[in-house]
Design a protein around this ligand. Sequence first.
Ligand code: ADP
Ligand code: MG
Length: 663
Amino acid sequence: MMLNTSEPSPKRMKFSQNGDDHYAKIKEERFKLPIRPVKHKLIQEVQRHPTVIIIGETGSGKTTQIPQYLYEAGVHRNSIIAITQPRKVAAITVSQRVALEKRSDIGDLVGYCVRFDDSTTEKTKIKYMTDGMLLRESILDPLMKRYSIVILDEAHERTIQTDVLFGVVKSAQRQRQRNGMRPLKVIVMSATMDVDHFSQYFNKAPVLYLEGRQFPIRVMFSKEEQSDYLFSSLVTLFQIHREAPAQEDILIFLTGQEEIESAVKSIKDISSTLMGNVPNMIVCPLYAALPPQQQLKVFQKTPKGCRKVIVSTNVAETSVTISGVRFVIDSGKVKAKIYNSRGGLDLMKVVNLSQAQAQQRCGRAGREAPGSCYRLYTEQQYDTFKKTTVPEIQRCNLASVVLQLVAMGIHDVINFDFMDKPSPEAIHTAVEQLKLLGALENNDEAKLTPAGKNMAAFPLDPRLSKVVLAAKDFECLEEILTIVSLLSVDSILFTPQNKREHALAVREKFMSSEGDHITLLNIYKAYKGVQGNKAWCQENFINQRNMRTAIDVRRQLREICVKQSLPFNTCGLDTASVRKCLVSGFFMNSAELQREGEYISLSTRKPVTIHPSSALFHCKPSYVIYNELVQTSKCYMRDLCVVDAAWLYDSAPSYFKKKKPTG
Ligand code: ADP
Ligand code: MG
């Protein structure tokens, strides 16, 4: 607690020293970080060179300390230091940590900026942001004038946005130098990477290695191949739990939110039945969509006599550091975007890790003491894993990136200064898709149309921004804004595992036979009808926090529409207009019912299935469009909408000429 000594207190009060102890402890921790001894060398290198590459083990203090060092030394010259993160969770939690270390509130000296959530103010000098946000900003400001230092963190992850940023910062740096402007310092940070490749690309930039603190780790491979890694992870967990002393925490790597929530429930159920002398278990999920309050739980110190079990996506691989972990259980799997070159669309799929990722996961067990890593795959399987992860830019749909590059004035996308070039076919497909969406002129010049210019102004996938623009023609912008906002946030449906049936029954009344988009619209209307009443949300299993976020997103999107003078029409009960409007952006994601009662995707001609969570799960409409494909045991379509064959054809005759719907 802080004492304001300037004001006399009316009577004597007792103040606890806890707060100060807390800060003293944080200070001490900071001092002990592996990065601390090289502080001065680091500042010097950054002052001397335009670009510096820094490599250090996870937990050495790169993300939290380096911006503070540069700030304290004045290298930022009173302008802003940007630090990019591939993940929203990391940008937020790390900025909170740094704000705490600096004893400031978030949004003062230290802030974060992620899509639809900007905490920064004019006071902010240390700005953690997603790579996507910095890329978006550079559309309007390609020279990145408001920054003096840009730190590209987690470079080894090679997300599509980071890869594009590499080229963008390089070009900004060069142009600023050429124009005699204030120099732009670039720092590229990573846990591991192909140093030569990076240094070569960044004009032979010097590389600084941080001595990591890594204790020996016992690595165990499964003796047999496991058919169900989820089950195997639980068995392994309880094997360790019975034997290891309390406070030796366990980190389990799984692939996604649903899987993690179901694992957490099983773990809680099993641990509550355990007999004998075992430590109390504190089970914490960790994934991007987790409410912030619960995310913080992961970082709290494990109380005496307890054991913390963290069940995480690959966010805990390198971007956030959790203390106390002595055991890692690695499923060997990760959820990744896979490009389907034939259809030109992305697919979310659970795939094997690369060996580099497996090494990183392993390393999480040996940060503070010797640890163990249990791999739920055999050594032979490990040998078949790729050495390093293929950069996302070489395996994802590029429509969004191409639109952004063109909006920045980079028309020759094929010859853009990529560190690793995407295939010419992938760029070609993206350009064709953007032409179909009406964002690019239908010639070889890669020029934005007026609509394309407007589309680039929305922080949305081009298909969604197309839908927003098209709402003008279908006179349903209010409805479309609602749907697009609800699709842009984490699910507004809250379905606890143990009350699943009940939740579904209660929400039955919102379900529309026209699909999930209209269902979302119904829920939103009902929510507005009760003024966002909390009890109503609980009764109907609606996640109020996500709903509020959606409303905020809607407000932000609405502002962009105002700037573009779009007419705010509503179509009332005429939901067909809404569905037609959705088709104008999503005609490429369409599927057709076959005689045998199965669906095939119209772009790939491959079988697809309605996801069980969909309002249409028990219906068989002839044509649907969907938001995304997720591959598990089958290829599932998620977020579906019933459409007419004629609408599909009308929205993009040239696209369907070859693949004309047969209905
Ligand atoms: P790096 O970027 O090199 O992986 P970080 O700067 O993220 O390392 O973390 C350095 C140290 O700061 C960690 O080892 C941990 O002790 C501490 N730390 C980081 N984030 C948090 C947090 N949210 N809560 C508590 N401690 C944290
Ligand atoms: Mg880091």
